[in-house]
Write a new protein. Structure first.
Length: 180
């Protein structure tokens, strides 16, 4: 997005966003960087975000995080500027998932990799009734189904434990209701 505009100095640009983080910026030249984006913040100096060409096979523009000065592909908006995921202490969704949710996600992903769109998304249904797809070798199919069965056993064990705990809570509540 920034490649075409790094040569347009002294021009003001605006990011199309509805959030309250800084979105009006200008581009300035710098000796050490490809360019510096200067975001305008109300009642403060401009907020500089340096851009740098990385030295990969296909060069791309990367950001230098203004907070930790590390190279980053993505910066996230905050009310007082821009920062990387580490500086803003943002977690990935998977990091906040419980064991049951991770197993359910893994189960569905593995089923989809074996059977494609025809795979069952019902996590309470076992996978052994499904037949081998035509595009898959029999040995790799058996290995994948074996992995899948292990994940299903683990997942169904966790779900069964949850139902047992739920049954105990329901029985305790029923006893309380009958006593009153």
């Amino acid at each position: 997005m920034f490649k075409p505009i790094i040569s347009d100095t002294d021009t003001r640009f605006q990011l199309q966003c509805l959030d309250k983080f800084p979105h009006i910026f200008s581009v300035s030249k710098h000796d050490d960087f490809a360019a510096v984006l200067r975001f305008e913040i109300q009642d403060a100096e401009s907020f500089p975000v340096p851009l740098l060409w990385d030295n990969t096979r296909y060069p791309r523009l990367i950001f230098i995080c203004p907070c930790c000065c590390e190279k980053r592909l993505y910066l996230y908006g905050a009310s007082n500027g821009w920062a990387c995921r580490k500086c803003l202490k943002l977690n990935y969704v998977v990091q906040s998932m419980g064991t049951e949710d991770r197993l359910r996600k893994r189960l569905r992903k593995l089923r989809h990799s074996i059977w494609g769109a025809e795979a069952s998304l019902d996590t309470f249904e076992r996978s052994y009734p499904f037949s081998k797809p035509k595009r898959k070798r029999f040995d790799s199919f058996l290995n994948d189904v074996e992995k899948l069965n292990l994940i299903e056993d683990r997942y169904l064990g966790i779900v069964q434990q949850r139902f047992v705990r739920l049954d105990k809570v329901i029985n305790a509540l029923a006893r309380k209701v009958n006593l009153i």
